[in-house]
Design a protein around this ligand. Structure first.
Ligand SMILES: Cc1cc2nc3c(=O)[nH]c(=O)nc-3n(C[C@H](O)[C@H](O)[C@H](O)COP(=O)(O)OP(=O)(O)OC[C@H]3O[C@@H](n4cnc5c(N)ncnc54)[C@H](O)[C@@H]3O)c2cc1C
Ligand SMILES: NC(=O)c1ccc[n+]([C@@H]2O[C@H](COP(=O)([O-])OP(=O)(O)OC[C@H]3O[C@@H](n4cnc5c(N)ncnc54)[C@H](OP(=O)(O)O)[C@@H]3O)[C@@H](O)[C@H]2O)c1
Length: 382
């Protein structure tokens, strides 16, 4: 029977565990969450992701209402929705509080009654440098614009019509269905930062870290399938590169192979800022090593010394062995930051293939391309 729950009909799950993985002295707040699937009929596979529909922080909603001069009781109609709801409900549950566009800046400009504010808004609209223009707005949520331009007033309906819908966020699953058929574990970096002099927070990561109650059905979730998969042949070796939260699916992979007694070798490259504070799941990896399940573990803590050390530096140090594993048919997996890490790891893989396989750069490109085509080079990057 197929589960009745999906993105259009999410399951209201309970968070059953929440704990910090990074230490209180860490510069990051990385947390472990366990989500119960009990009663849902939902199933998952290693490599899948969990979709989570967050709600906004009610304090942020109140701050926006106050800055914009609304009570929250205003009745509005969300485009394509038949029934009116209050502005507060729409801001709490349905609409993104960040991401204003220049269409909205134009509206504020048209409405501003203060001459200085109008001139400033006109200058922003006329900015010739596209990078500068983009950066100025990226630093601002709707609240910033209402605070900076208090003479510009819009109606509640005008506001919601320029807001984006609040979208679900995806998280790589960090548990194995063989061990936890009724639970899904996540490894989440809680997003908190400052721009334009205001503290900001990521909607979904803080929803799970700060606002969702434990042991109550409060988390609308769905499972999304992916092509990120362990080899079907359990004897094949796997190489996993997962710094930071990129380690999530590899906890699932190793847990799964351990639970099912899969015989293939497992090699993990993990990295983060500082060993003492950011070594996610350290004791679990130590246990897997003792049991002989985690064949190799190479760690790269970037901020424990003056010069940065990253996972790809460890790959290079182990190039001979890495090439040997690839020659034995190893699958190569990368998960985590797409912008920098995954690109650099890809470049290092090409370099190692060229050097160890005595190939020209072009031949190495073709070799890695074939690895991908054979399903032996898989990435889950974001
Ligand atoms: C397939 C997939 C798997 C994923 N797996 C994981 C996972 O396992 N663990 C995990 O933690 N995340 C994972 N993510 C990312 C996750 O989906 C969310 O994007 C992340 O949690 C942020 O969501 P949020 O709602 O908390 O933040 P949002 O409200 O979406 O805010 C995030 C935005 O804030 C801005 N921002 C963040 N930091 C800064 C900064 N320092 N300075 C300026 N602006 C900044 C950026 O614009 C960023 O896009 C995954 C994403 C995908 C697509
Ligand atoms: N805003 C950004 O630019 C940015 C960049 C990366 C991740 N993120 C987001 O931040 C959140 C938390 O990230 P995370 O915990 O998964 O890990 P992360 O913050 O990306 O960091 C994990 C480790 O990777 C290192 N690293 C940085 N650049 C690298 C590179 N080019 N190659 C290899 N390793 C590199 C980091 O080192 P150092 O930090 O010491 O350099 C750190 O030791 C995620 O949501 C992610 O998407 C944002």
């Amino acid at each position: 029977m197929t589960a009745p729950y999906d993105k259009n009909n999410p399951f209201l799950a309970a968070l059953v565990d929440r704990r910090r993985l990074s230490s209180p002295q860490s510069q990051k707040d990385t947390q472990h969450f366990a989500v119960s699937l009990q009663g849902s009929g939902l199933t998952y596979e290693c490599g899948d992701s969990l979709g989570v529909f967050p709600t906004n922080n009610p304090k942020e909603v109140q701050a926006l209402l106050s800055a914009a001069g609304f009570t929250g009781e205003e009745s509005i109609l969300i485009p394509k929705d038949p029934a009116p709801i209050t502005l507060r409900a729409a801001l709490n549950q349905r609409l993104a509080l960040n991401g204003p566009t220049y269409k909205f800046v134009q509206l504020l400009h048209d409405r501003a009654t203060n001459a200085d504010e109008k001139a400033l808004l006109a200058a922003r609209l006329a900015e010739a440098d596209p990078e500068k223009k983009k950066a100025w707005l990226e630093e601002r949520a709707f609240i910033d614009l209402f605070v900076e331009f208090p003479s510009a007033r819009v109606s509640a309906q005008e506001l919601i019509e320029v807001q984006r819908r609040l979208m679900p966020r995806l998280y790589s699953i960090a548990s194995s269905p063989a061990k936890y058929p009724d639970e899904i574990h996540l490894t989440v970096a809680v997003v908190r930062y400052e721009t334009n002099g205001r503290q900001r927070e990521g909607v979904c990561s803080t929803f799970m870290a700060d606002r969702a109650p434990l042991q109550q059905p409060a988390l609308p979730v769905f499972v999304t399938s992916s092509h990120f998969r362990l080899p079907t042949d359990d004897t094949m070796p796997v190489i996993m590169v997962g710094p930071g939260t990129g380690v999530a699916p590899f906890r699932s992979f190793v847990m799964d192979r351990a639970t099912r007694g899969a015989k293939g070798d497992n090699w993990l490259f993990f990295g983060d800022q500082r060993q003492e504070h950011d070594f996610l799941y350290a004791s679990e990896w130590a246990d897997y090593q003792k049991q002989g399940i985690l064949t190799r573990l190479d760690i790269a803590f970037s901020r424990d010394q003056a010069a940065k050390v990253y996972v790809q530096d460890r790959m290079l140090e182990q190039a001979v062995e890495l090439w040997r594993w690839l020659q034995r048919g190893a699958y190569f997996y990368v998960c985590g930051d797409a912008k920098r890490m995954a690109k650099d790891v890809d470049a290092m893989l090409h370099r190692i293939v060229a050097e160890q396989g005595s190939m020209t750069p072009e031949a190495a490109v073709a070799w890695v391309k074939q690895l991908k085509q054979d399903g032996r080079y898989q990435r889950d990057v974001y």
